[in-house]
Write a protein that binds this ligand. Structure first.
Ligand SMILES: [Fe+2]
Length: 206
C-alpha cells in the first residue's frame, strides 16, 4: 500500500528572536564602541571590559536590550519572571577571522547586537541543533532539509538587530571574508523573581 496522504505535526521548536533597536543607538555610541580597548580572544578580538552595558555611555542601548529581553520572556518563553543582562562584551572579527563554536554557561538567554554597518558579505551566525555528542550522525540528504532534520541553520545579521536565543544552543560565527572588520556585541542574561512552587517545596527566590 502506498501512503499518499499523511501529516507531520510539529511538537517543539527552537526560537531565535530578532528586533531592531535602531532608535536606541546614536552615532556617538557607535564611535565609542568601536574605540573600546580590545584584547585577543581565541581568534577574534574581545573587549577588555566584559560588563560594557554598565558604562554610562551605553545606557540607552542597555535599556533597549532589556526591553527586547522583556518581550522574549513574556511572549516567547511565556514566563512572569524578568530577564536581566549579566555580562556584556564587544567583539571584532577582522578579515579572515570567525569565531569557534560555543554555548554560554550560567545564562538563560544570550544575545548579540550588531550596532553598526555590517561588512559585505556578512558572516552569519550558525546555530547547531545538537547540544551533545552525536554517536550516530544521520544527516539528511542536501535536498531533503527541513525544519525537523536540519542539523544547522544560518542567521544573517543586519545593522541594529538584536538577536536572542537559548544560551544552551551551540553556535559559531562564519569567517569574515570582507576586508572591513565585523563588529558586534554579545551578552548573557539570568532570571529575577521566584521560580518553582512554595507548596511543592521547590520555590527559589532569585
Ligand atoms: Fe556566543
Amino acid at each position: 500500500m502506498a501512503i499518499n496522504t499523511y501529516e507531520v505535526q510539529p511538537l517543539f521548536a527552537e526560537p531565535m528572536f530578532r528586533a531592531s533597536i535602531e532608535e536606541a543607538i546614536s552615532p556617538k555610541q557607535v564611535e565609542f564602541l568601536k574605540n573600546l580597548k580590545m584584547v585577543q580572544n581565541k581568534s577574534n578580538l574581545i573587549s577588555e571590559n566584559l560588563y560594557i552595558f554598565d558604562l554610562p555611555e551605553l545606557k540607552s542601548i542597555k535599556k533597549a536590550v532589556h526591553e527586547a529581553l522583556a518581550v522574549y520572556a513574556s511572549e516567547v518563553m511565556g514566563i512572569s519572571q524578568k530577564l536581566y543582562v549579566t555580562q556584556s562584551w564587544a567583539l571584532i572579527s577582522p578579515q579572515n577571522i570567525g569565531m569557534h563554536g560555543h554555548s554560554h554557561s550560567n545564562s538563560i538567554v544570550s544575545g548579540s547586537l550588531y550596532y553598526c554597518d555590517m561588512p559585505t558579505p556578512v558572516a552569519g551566525m550558525v546555530f547547531d541543533k545538537h547540544r551533545t555528542y552525536r554517536q550516530i550522525e544521520l544527516d539528511p540528504e542536501q535536498d531533503k532539509n527541513n525544519i525537523y532534520n536540519t542539523p544547522m541553520n544560518v542567521v544573517v545579521p543586519k545593522k541594529n538587530d538584536v538577536l536572542l536565543f537559548s544560551s544552551s544552543l551551540q553556535h559559531f560565527v562564519q569567517v569574515n571574508t570582507a576586508t572591513e572588520p565585523r563588529y558586534s556585541i554579545a551578552f548573557n542574561s539570568f532570571v529575577k523573581g521566584t521560580v518553582g512552587s512554595h507548596k511543592d517545596v521547590s520555590a527559589l527566590k532569585l
